[in-house]
Write a protein of this length. Structure first.
Length: 352
């Protein structure tokens, strides 16, 4: 049965299926469970290019020996609120979620904590990890880069130097948290690859071909083209500056990155967690963020906009609906997992 718009799956069924796939592929159980949980979490929130759409690629990474299946990160430094790990190319979902949990534990003691991870495998959707901290009332910030990728050119240039370099922030409020997940490029490599598979183009000039001309054809990435930085040809210095900070914030602080010319899929990650109680106090923190959330919600919408939303609001609404009514996966995702499921003797998930 191919995936269509009216087929839904129970979230836990998808997590069990994904965990079974990675366990059968040889990934240690706890790490397989983390991969499954955070890939499905991305789909629940509507980040369909960074959910189970990544699973077949991850499984191939396991088969090729690029993703390490078991073990622990190397501790490069641990000064209490400042920790550095070498990730040993372990699953990014497990490394990142463990880093956030540790940062929360350290923030409870020190008020804040920063953890860097060098040489992780791909980490997926940053927004999926934010609730680990916000559900405890902590504010959290992430940044991620891939030292082996180079799909974005520096502003004014034509040749790719760095990756989309996403950042994410989780901000507790008296209601739902604000969940921000943005990148230093207008679009992502995964979205470009999806458009190529679907035979579609972007609706705007979000790319640049190898000669430096704006383009909406995702295939230009196959011949030396690049993703435009956030702000595009007009104000791309904004995304450029953001990307440079992410490079230093992740690879620089981790002490490992592009200067070491790593090969294969890898990621550098930095996680920061803040306990508001250690600063101006939790109640006053929520008073400020609550005021800001209300001011945005109450802002008069411009023509064509129904209401002003906060970042993450749609994702949380999608997640609640998916938990209640089941998950609709983007077309092709389930079909992409049939070959590895057959090879690994794992039963496909039942639809609702």
């Amino acid at each position: 049965m191919s995936d269509t718009a009216d087929i839904r799956y129970a979230p836990q069924a998808l997590r069990d299926f994904a965990k079974a796939l990675f366990t059968a592929a040889g990934v240690e159980e706890a790490k397989a469970a983390a991969i499954a949980y955070y890939l499905v979490e991305a789909d629940l929130m509507g980040h369909s290019t960074h959910g189970l759409a990544l699973a077949a690629w991850y499984l191939q990474s396991v088969a090729d020996g690029i993703m390490k299946c078991d073990g622990m990160p190397e501790i490069i430094s641990d000064r209490g609120p400042a920790v550095a790990w070498r990730g040993q190319r372990l699953p990014g979902a497990w490394l990142t979620s463990e880093a956030v949990k540790l940062a929360c534990e350290r923030a409870e003691r020190f008020g804040t904590a920063t953890i860097t991870i060098a040489d992780s495998h791909h980490i997926g959707c940053l927004a999926a990890y934010l609730p680990i901290a916000t559900e405890r009332g902590y504010m959290v910030s992430f940044a991620s880069s891939s030292p082996s990728g180079a799909q974005v050119a520096p502003f004014g240039g034509r040749k790719g130097v760095y990756t989309p370099n996403p950042v994410a922030h989780g901000i507790p409020t008296p209601g739902d948290p604000i969940l921000i997940d943005i990148s230093a490029s207008i679009t992502t490599v995964n979205m470009a690859q999806r458009l190529v598979r679907d035979g579609r183009q972007y609706e705007h000039d979000w790319l640049m071909d190898a000669e430096g001309n704006p383009s909406r054809d995702p295939r230009v990435l196959e011949s030396g083209g690049t993703l435009l930085p956030t702000g595009g040809l007009d104000h791309g210095q904004k995304g450029y500056g953001m990307a440079l900070h992410v490079e230093a914030f992740t690879q620089g602080l981790a002490g490992y990155g592009r200067a070491d010319a790593p090969k294969g899929t890898n990621a550098a990650v930095t996680v920061q967690v803040f306990d508001p109680q250690a600063f101006g106090g939790r109640d006053d923190f929520l008073r400020q963020t609550g005021w800001l959330a209300d001011a945005c919600h109450d802002n008069p919408p411009r023509p064509g906009v129904n209401r002003v939303r906060l970042p993450g609001e749609n994702g949380l609404a999608r997640k609640r609906a998916a938990i209640s009514d089941g998950v609709q996966l983007f077309a092709g995702i389930i079909d992409s997992l049939r070959p590895p499921a057959e090879r690994l003797c794992v039963a496909m998930p039942d639809a609702l």
